[in-house]
Write a protein that binds this ligand. Structure first.
Ligand code: X8Z
Ligand code: ZN
Length: 627
């Protein structure tokens, strides 16, 4: 993030909220309900001013809106940073108040923007007026107390997730502990206990979540949207319905490849664990995939590695450990990739102010995020970095957000954002595609020798376990949320609908029946954190479009998975030119500026993985795939 609840530097956790009592465990901070934000002006609230319904009036209105939002966003961002890195009764109280104030300002401006609906205005002013209306993640209704109640709920949800712990083998463990254990364990009784244990933190969230949906929908309808989901789908320079259809189209394009991967992985799990644990047909048991949400499966590469035709000669986690890497060295290495393509080094303040590892003795939000606190140069990451391959990728991902934020820092406030939110997520992932190549790992001294062609399939399989397995997960999360916001899925069906989506899109099933009070969606950060998720699906298409275009610019003629743009300043310059555009133009123009392509194109995913898809088809021959 962090631009509270809206556009610009928004990156990861979007809404934070306030504290509450009853729903917390004994050791969790509690707070009473604070007075309404409007009565507690920590920052001067924008003075009302009337602007003529003319082009000049609209231009002046937008300029004032940008100045007010910019000032308040810096204040709110700093309050959010303090809450996220030090969760206490007081920081939750403060954050909720600040968030409510920001939402009130956003809603007020969005309503006022409607005044210029029928006025002829310059194109950039029209774009900004639209962004004022569309750019709120959770709009509050324009009535006393609406923003406050919403803010209290969202902070409570986010903090409940961040401070969640459960009993495992006689001790209380955190999510980071559980994520590490489920990645390593090959014992189905253990993985089941970890899967189910983490999901005991979320049933308390269900009633808050339902209330939050009601309030946000009230707000969205006041702004003229069918519901909050339609509002989220309106941020892609097309109608909400067209966007939903576009994501369907893209998913259908990549689905056969996922089904191929699913089929292969299921059969290897069946060989490993036997019919009683993983049957040879039907869905895969979700806890066997090495990831708490079964969203990326690279951690079980050892279980599914090719039996013949060569294996991988290295494991990235081992290389990092053997190379004596610590968290800071991982981030410095990530920075080194960006500077190698000609981008500026991170400012000194990044190193002074970031949270790179989990601090001792206080509660923090560990889910990785990237922030720009002053909308200029005060960029930071907040992670609880561990020395492993997953976090090596995440470091590059987060730095990509910071690099983008700095590239568009000279844009007007309302254009300080990604071309769309999928672009924001794709920057670091695109760099990661080069940074994970054996060639690059060799160049930075992590890997002694670059493996030959025999390791192409093992390498691509590892990448597919993360990148292809992720696709249906990144579709199903917001399909669930869109149905919740539209009312198709009511509170009584929340969990059932989530499990049904896991089955429909991912072909997965939980390790056992879920309890009647389960609220499994709440055990995934972006649900209590209210971060829209379709952005990651788009990013998993865009990053391959960027990579294919960059490799072409670099004159690369070999297979795409072996291409690295490390050290290529010409590509860096062209990429930066796209990033500097921020959100000033419709996203297809940004896409065209760098790739020459005009839209979403899943063919780059197919190009990258083509040899693996052929190999998987061969492995699956004679098997009944699907679920
Ligand atoms: O949330 C993130 C980033 C922050 S924007 C760490 N990601 C998604 C997730 O963890 O679920 C990156 C990949 C998908
Ligand atoms: Zn991100």
């Amino acid at each position: 993030m962090k631009r509270p609840l809206m556009t610009a530097t928004a990156v990861c956790a979007l809404t934070l909220g306030l504290a509450g009592c009853a729903l917390f465990r004994d050791d969790t901070p509690m707070a009473e309900t604070p007075p309404p934000a409007s009565e507690l002006g920590a920052m001067p609230v924008a003075t009302d001013q009337t602007f003529a319904a003319t082009a000049e009036g609209a231009t002046a209105f937008v300029a004032k809106a940008e100045a007010d939002l910019s000032a308040l966003s810096e204040y709110v961002g700093r309050v959010q940073w303090v809450r996220a890195t030090y969760i206490t009764h007081d920081t939750m109280w403060l954050e909720s108040k600040a968030n409510a104030q920001y939402t009130e300002l956003q809603v007020k401006l969005a309503n006022e923007a409607a005044r210029f609906n029928d006025v002829q205005v310059p194109a950039d002013v029209r774009r900004k007026l639209n962004l004022l209306r569309q750019g709120i993640t959770l709009p509050a209704p324009n009535r006393p107390g609406g923003a406050d109640e919403l803010a209290q709920i969202t902070t409570r949800l986010d903090s409940t997730y961040a401070t969640g712990k459960f009993d495992y083998q006689g001790r209380q463990i955190t999510l980071d502990d559980a994520v590490g254990l489920i990645a390593e364990s090959r014992n189905p009784a253990e993985t089941k206990a970890l899967y189910e244990g983490w999901r005991t933190v979320s049933p308390v969230m269900a009633s808050d979540y339902a209330r939050m949906v009601e309030i946000a929908n009230e707000g969205a309808r006041e702004l003229g949207f069918a519901d909050t989901g339609a509002m989220w789908r309106s941020g892609y320079d097309m109608t909400p319905d067209a966007f939903a259809a576009e994501t369907d189209r893209l998913w259908e394009q990549v689905k056969p490849f996922y089904e191929n991967l699913h089929c292969y992985v299921r059969s290897r799990l069946n060989e490993r664990y036997g019919d009683a644990v993983q049957p040879a047909t039907g869905p895969i048991r979700a806890d066997l995939l090495g990831n708490m949400w079964s969203q990326q499966w690279g951690n079980i590469y050892d279980v599914v590695a090719p039996k013949t035709g060569g294996d991988s000669s290295y494991d990235l986690t081992d290389l990092l450990v053997q190379g004596g890497y610590d968290a800071e060295k991982m981030v410095r290495t990530g920075e080194g990739f960006y500077t190698s393509i000609g981008l500026d080094p991170l400012p000194e303040t990044f190193w002074e102010r970031s949270q790179i590892t989990r601090p001792e003795g206080r509660e923090v939000v560990c889910h990785a995020s990237a922030w720009n606190l002053d909308n200029l140069e005060d960029v930071r990451i907040k992670m609880c970095t561990q020395v492993n391959g997953d976090d090596f990728y995440t470091v590059h991902h987060e730095l990509g957000h910071n690099v983008y934020q700095r590239a568009y820092k000279d844009q007007p406030f309302l254009f300080k954002n990604g071309a769309n939110d999928g672009f924001h997520e794709a920057i670091g992932d695109f760099i990661g595609l080069s940074a994970l190549t054996p060639t690059y790992l060799n160049q930075i001294g992590l890997l002694e020798t670059v493996p030959g062609d025999a390791e192409d399939i093992p390498f691509l399989l590892k990448m597919a376990l993360d990148k292809i397995a992720f696709l249906p997960f990144s579709v199903m999360v917001d399909r669930w949320r869109w149905d919740v916001f539209s009312g198709k899925t009511g509170p009584a069906e929340y969990n059932q609908a989530w499990t049904a989506n896991m089955l429909k899109y991912q072909g997965l099933t939980p390790p056992g029946p879920r309890p009647a009070d389960a609220f499994d969606p709440g055990a995934k950060y972006h649900i209590p954190g209210n971060t829209p998720y379709t952005r990651y699906f788009l990013a998993h298409i865009y990053q391959f479009q960027f990579h294919r275009a960059a490799c072409k610019q670099a004159g690369w003629t070999g297979p795409l998975h072996r291409c690295s743009i490390y050290g290529n300043t010409e590509v860096g310059q062209r990429f930066n030119a796209m990033m500097e555009m921020g959100q000033s133009r419709p996203w297809p123009e940004a896409m065209a500026a760098f790739t020459g392509e005009n839209g979403n194109d899943a063919s780059a995913v197919a190009d990258y993985f083509a040899p693996l898809n052929t190999w998987l088809t061969e492995q699956n021959r004679g098997k009944a795939c699907g679920w």
